[in-house]
Each structure stands twice: as structure tokens, then as C-alpha cells.
Ligand binder design. Sequence first.
Ligand code: HEC
Length: 256
Amino acid sequence: MTILDGLPKSRRLRKSRQVMTKLNELDLFHKVSITGFLVVFALGIGVTGILYSSTSGRFSAISLFSPGLVRLKYSASPLERALRTTMREYVKSDADVETICRWLKFGGDRLGYYESASPIIQRDCSHCHGKIATIAGVGALYTYADVLPYAKTRGVPIEKLSLRSHVHLFGIGLLLLILTSLANRTSMPHLLKLATSISLFGLLTTDVLSQYLAKLSAIFAYIVWMSGLLFNLFVIISILLILCDIWLRRSSGDIQ
Ligand code: HEC
């Protein structure tokens, strides 16, 4: 079955000689199915926004709109991220947060830990992250060795990141193929179609790659933020342009 099957019989023959059928020339059934797909795609992006804000819990803002939170997520150590977000309420003052972050910034050495960070952690964190962790699934933060895994790693753990990239690249890649093929069947100028394809696939790849590179430099975390924001914006604009083309542009059949 081809997209030509959606055309009334009289037009099918004529159209089969053309390279592509335009979306606004399809029958009502195909127009409705494609509109359904586009609306579901747009909703998917909206739901991602809610997912971002709810899974980041006490992050309290949609990270898409907050480059600072994106940096903490992809580029900071788990200890800094916890101190500035989910565990902030347990630390007595901002000065204490800065003291520990300064120790992290200057290498997180053993001596510095016992001199500056440990007293604060013992005072504010040990009733939950004590010598033996008191809450199931919560790591102890007591000795220097306990703290190291939270201090010396950066960003999202590699196994989580690779699983997420796997789903993103395959899942969103396929959705983009459908979206750009639909855009290709509109009456948009060729140059705009080409720019849409290149920028959408380019932004997706840049976003995923930068999530890994952000472990090396915070600059890439800001690239993650920017490419994510632009990607969602471009997808929404493309969806709107395609919908306008389907429903508002008169088909050549109507004009005749
Ligand atoms: C009231 C109990 C409680 C206190 C006090 C507490 N935490 Fe936590 N902490 C938790 C729980 C529960 C989790 C696991 C769930 C989560 O991440 O929210 C956790 C998780 C963490 C993590 C892991 C987060 C990650 O991204 O893997 C770090 C790091 C951490 N806490 C640091 C701290 C520091 C530093 C303090 C002191 C300023 C502190 N916590 C005080 C209960 C506590």
C-alpha cells in the first residue's frame, strides 16, 4: 500500500507519475491519521516537560528552562548536585555548601576532606548517611572512602547515560524520520525542508553527545541545555507548519 492509495481513483493515475504526493492532496482519512500522529508527537514533548520537572523532585523548576540545573545534572559531582538541590534543606547555611563545593573544586583531597568538609557532613548528614547508612539504599557519607564515589565522578553515571542515549537515538531518530518525511511532502521551500532535516538530526546528535562530554567540561552541559531547547522548539514549529500545510493550503484539485 502506498500513500497514493489514499487518493480518489480519478487522481491516482495522474499522481502516480509525480515523484511525491503533497499532504494537502490526501483524502480525509490520511489527513486525520497524520494529524493524530503529529498531535501525539507534540503531546509527547509536553509530557517530557512534566517528566523533567517531576523526576527532578525538589529541583522545583523545569530543567529545560534552567541552564544551571542542567549543569548540575550533567557536569557536577553527585555530592555538589545533592548539596545544591535535593539535600540543600539539611545544610545549615549557604556558606557550608560553598565550603564543601570549594573543597570539591580544588581536587577533593583526603586532608581537605577531614579539615573542611567532614565536620559539616558529620553535623548535617550523618543521621541519614551515617557510618552504617540508616535508610535502605542510601549510601554512607562518613569516611573519605565513603564520600569518594560521590565526589570524584561527574554527571549522570555512564550506564544510565548509555541506556538513555540508546532509547533516545533509536526512538527519537525514528520519529524524526517520519516527521521530516512528512515535512518533505509539504509545499515548504526545498531549502527550508533541507534545513529542517539537518538541524533536527544535528540537534539530537549534539544533545546526546554533549551529555557525555559534559563530564569533561561544564560548557557541554550548556550545549545540552541549548540543543534540547532548540530541538523541542524546532519540532513544535515543524509540526505546526505541517498541520497548516495539510489543513489550510488548498490542494491543486480544489483550484481546478
Ligand atoms: C533525612 C535524611 C537525609 C539527610 C539528613 C540527608 N540525606 Fe542525602 N539522601 C537521603 C535519601 C533518602 C537519599 C536517596 C534518595 C534521594 O536521592 O533523594 C539521599 C541521597 C543522597 C545522595 C545521592 C544522590 C545521587 O545523586 O546519587 C547524596 C550525594 C546525598 N544524599 C548527600 C547528602 C548530604 C551531603 C547531606 C547533608 C548535607 C545529606 N545527604 C543529608 C536522605 C538524607
